[in-house]
Design a protein around this ligand. Sequence first.
Ligand SMILES: NC(=O)c1ccc[n+]([C@@H]2O[C@H](COP(=O)([O-])OP(=O)(O)OC[C@H]3O[C@@H](n4cnc5c(N)ncnc54)[C@H](OP(=O)(O)O)[C@@H]3O)[C@@H](O)[C@H]2O)c1
Length: 314
Amino acid sequence: MSTSDASSTMSTPPLRVAVIGLGSIGGVAAGLLQAAGRHSIVACVRRPLEHLVVERDSGPVDVPIAALTDPAQAGPVDWVLLCTKAHDTASVGPWLERLCGPATRIAVLQNGIGHAERVAPWVSADRVVPVIVYYNGERLAPDRVRVRTVIEQDVAVANDANGRAFAELLDGSGLRVLRDDHFVLRTWRKLLLNAVANPITALTLQRQDVLRRDDVHALCLTVLAEAIAVGRAEGVPLADDEAAQAMAVLYNFAPGLGTSMYFDRLAGRRCEVEALTGAIVAAGTRHGIAMPVNRTLLTLLRAINDAVDDKPAG
Ligand SMILES: NC(=O)c1ccc[n+]([C@@H]2O[C@H](COP(=O)([O-])OP(=O)(O)OC[C@H]3O[C@@H](n4cnc5c(N)ncnc54)[C@H](OP(=O)(O)O)[C@@H]3O)[C@@H](O)[C@H]2O)c1
């Protein structure tokens, strides 16, 4: 396992980088890469913008940003950073068709598992770089985001050639990259946290303090036990005390913290259900594992999403 940060060797030549989705995560990545000034950054967005402010713990940075609003304006780039919600991946197909050449790598900065499968129609798996995002991003306005450091790394990637290339890409941005030899295990550990905290906060419309109730704690342990059985069936070496570890991590977060599903539900937006609980239930079904609690959560969250889709626009 190794960590790279702004002090790593700045060995790569300037690259063309397209960031799709300038929300909480993409806004931070695009703004900090632009501020680093090493690469040519273009944002692929639905509404034009000319500059971007990233509020960091160390102070704000305000950078000009090149933005395209029509995929027809785009051409092949060296890197795509895909930063939409997982359920919006299909909608960015026209961008990916224009941006991806034979040598393009796609870093998928999305929660869940199955990153390569999501972009399979546009790029082969060997050019996909799944990225676990640990920093907390918050979009304050279309041209303003806030980044908060949560743990000692900001993102994690596999410790392979693609992961190393991604770490080099971020050199100078201030984002700290962990390269992990056990990336799949790390991905599942993040999935377990999300599989508990996101559905329960979204369904109860309460922040993470709800997880501290005794009855909800017991529910969390059941959700985790089912998900851990699925992960193990997938060949992921989850530990004997995995559920306890996951709850300890969650209890380490401030009780007033929300989750992305909670905020999406509050805002009347679709929740990122399929990449999290949906992925666990799909994998468990393939392995014939009973997952009554995760199935129940999935059913309820799908009903919420369907109601969002059925809501008249405006
Ligand atoms: N936020 C966090 O702290 C955090 C932490 C860890 C992981 N994650 C994960 O990171 C991923 C991104 O989450 P987020 O919080 O950044 O979401 P977000 O704030 O909702 O941003 C998503 C962005 O994608 C854009 N988008 C969607 N469809 C598009 C399309 N067809 N063309 C162009 N842009 C499109 C949206 O644009 P519009 O503005 O036009 O709607 C929005 O700006 C998710 O998988 C999330 O679970 C987030």
